[in-house]
Design a protein. Structure first.
Length: 255
């Protein structure tokens, strides 16, 4: 499903407040591939040609510039995965620089479509954790400069509903290794958050807490909520060859 496919050329990038896609959003960006910045809810996409990318980007209006901007790896700090040879590359970052934004989502779709020919091959999902019970998941894929798009929906509220959607996608299409790794990390990130709440310690303290629940035997001995245990069960069963944390991390290199 593509709700934006009937976009009229003369209405592009107008941030039309009368559009059915206009609203207040808290946009999140989940990057499936390349697996470059797992700790950030943003996209980091390498440009093929910085001059062409700049020409397209400079024509965008202000509300698009608030979501997309240029960056180089040398400007970053933290857990950024930059492969060798990309240190001097230019990237386009897609991220929320404020708590929320009023935008016609169609404009973001158009901007990505117009940038596709200068971006590396990539896959990502955009969703909103906004003020309403939004359950849509917009999936973008760029291959050889060509964009494909689909809108999907999760059945529950976006925070855990998208996890359920990712898990189901992985189960129904196990040969998609890139999506499997992405799903593993999304689950790991939430499980780690829940563990820190369980031990009542700040999330930045001792990331090795995952070792205390490194397999289902250890998980079942805890008093964790049954719903959290269910997500651990899914985490440790996505890959039959990896039934515990150490084997998962060794194969998929989540941390």
């Amino acid at each position: 499903m593509n709700p934006f496919e009937d976009t009229l050329p003369d209405n592009r990038l107008k941030n039309n407040s009368r559009s059915i896609h206009y609203g207040r959003y808290r946009l999140n960006f989940d990057q499936i591939y390349p697996f470059r910045e797992p700790l950030y809810s943003r996209l980091s996409l390498k440009t093929k040609d910085i001059e062409l990318a700049s020409m397209v980007y400079d024509l965008f209006p202000t509300h698009i510039h608030r979501l997309i901007h240029f960056d180089r790896p040398e400007d970053d700090q933290g857990n950024v995965i930059t492969p060798k040879g990309e240190e001097d590359s230019f990237f386009l970052l897609f991220e929320m620089l404020s708590d929320f934004i009023y935008i016609d989502l169609k404009d973001l779709y158009v901007a990505i479509a117009e940038l596709a020919f200068v971006l590396e091959d990539c896959r990502f999902i955009i969703y909103s954790s906004g003020d309403e019970n939004t359950r849509w998941l917009d999936e973008y894929s760029i291959t050889n400069g060509v964009l494909s798009f689909s809108r999907n929906f999760c059945e529950d509220h976006i925070f855990t509903g998208r996890l359920d959607y990712y898990i189901e996608r992985t189960i129904t299409n196990p040969v998609d290794v890139l999506f499997l790794r992405f799903t593993f990390y999304q689950l790991y990130d939430w499980l780690l958050y829940w563990i820190h709440r369980y031990y009542q310690v700040p999330h930045w303290i001792d990331k090795n807490l995952i070792e205390t629940v490194s397999n289902m035997e250890k998980v079942n001995k805890t008093t964790l909520d049954i719903r959290i245990k269910a997500y651990f069960q899914k985490f440790y069963s996505l890959d039959e060859a990896c039934p515990d944390w150490n084997s998962i991390n060794q194969k998929y290199k989540l941390v």
